[in-house]
Design a protein around this ligand. Structure first.
Ligand code: ADP
Ligand code: MG
Length: 292
């Protein structure tokens, strides 16, 4: 099968079983006229957990920004289909309403805006209706208890003077409130001590149980001790060069990234599917996903 039809939203909210949640095909993205993504292929189905690992500067954050529609990241060719709809031309809030959410690698602070106001505005905007304050509080408090976020958090300004761990907890709290169909977590593990890492991971696992697909972008394997991906992809120089199961993460931890290029470069048919771009739109999934 090729990608599910390019024509707009046909059947997107009925019988979605045949349509991948996210299908990225040969995606090229420029940042300030420099090509950063050079043919990314990736397919994610509802409820799956995928990890993308790769060196700094390989383009992982660029992929997450491109998915969310940051205006600086220009799609020059390829496709990004979400629930069967092309999203490249959509605004970030349209994408959020479709169910995409991103936890940023570097969350920004918003002095003057309290956490509780910020969360309520965001959640109302994405859900498209004003949730009664009481109902909102109840939902929020339950999640805060789970994520080990203290009450005093709510009246503080967003990320203003927050520690690294507090910022990441807030990101997960926000994601959980949004209840997206795909949560993208960009280096959510960075800067976390072991306790924070555990609680944040529990939050991610709870999201996953609620049938949210997860795209976990990470440089290190350690978060994958707590959040188990079914699929691991290696990102290099703007594209996915290898994919496999969770054992691939351990191998990367063990051996670094260098061996991937020499041993796993496109030799279709051996090991977890090494990924080739383009010209693969016929036959099965062009994207990826190594067996397992
Ligand atoms: N706003 C930007 N302006 C110019 N170059 C950028 C910008 N954002 C990212 N890049 C470049 O794109 C490449 C990939 O960066 P990034 O996606 O942040 O990688 P990663 O998240 O894997 O560390 C790097 O070479 C980086 O310098
Ligand atoms: Mg990054």
């Amino acid at each position: 099968m090729t990608s599910p039809n390019t024509n707009k939203s046909t059947g997107s909210n009925s019988d979605s079983s045949a349509i991948p949640l996210l299908e990225i095909v040969d995606l090229h993205v420029n940042v300030e006229d420099k090509e950063i993504l050079k043919g990314v292929n990736l397919t994610i189905n509802a409820g799956e957990i995928h990890a993308i690992m790769g060196r700094n500067g390989s383009g992982k954050s660029t992929l997450s920004y491109a998915l969310m529609g940051h205006p600086r990241y220009k799609v020059t060719s390829g496709k990004m289909l979400y629930k069967g709809q092309e999203i490249s031309e959509m605004s970030p809030d349209q994408r959020a309403k479709l169910g995409l959410a991103l936890a940023f690698q570097y969350p920004v602070s918003i002095p003057g805006v309290s956490v509780s106001n910020f969360l309520r505005k965001t959640v109302n905007a994405v859900r498209g209706r004003d949730i009664p304050v009481k109902e909102f509080r109840l939902e929020l408090k339950a999640l805060m208890a789970k994520l080990g976020v203290k009450d005093e958090f709510l009246s503080r300004y967003v990320n203003d003077g927050f520690s690294g761990g507090e910022k990441k907890r807030l990101e997960i709290l926000q994601l959980s409130m949004l209840n997206p169909s795909l949560a993208i977590l960009d280096e959510t593990d960075s800067g976390l001590d072991i306790d924070a890492l555990k609680t944040v991971s529990e939050g991610v696992n709870a999201l996953s149980k609620a049938d949210t697909a997860i795209l976990l972008i990470t440089h290190y394997q350690r978060m994958l001790n707590y959040v188990q991906p079914q699929f691991v992809h290696v990102f290099q120089d703007g594209k996915i060069v290898a994919s496999g199961g969770s054992e691939l993460a351990l191998e990367l931890e063990d051996r670094g990234y260098e061996w991937v290029t020499s041993e796993m470069q496109p030799t279709p048919g051996t090991g977890p599917n090494a990924t080739k771009t383009s010209s693969s739109s016929s036959s099965s999934s062009p994207a990826v996903v190594g067996a397992k």
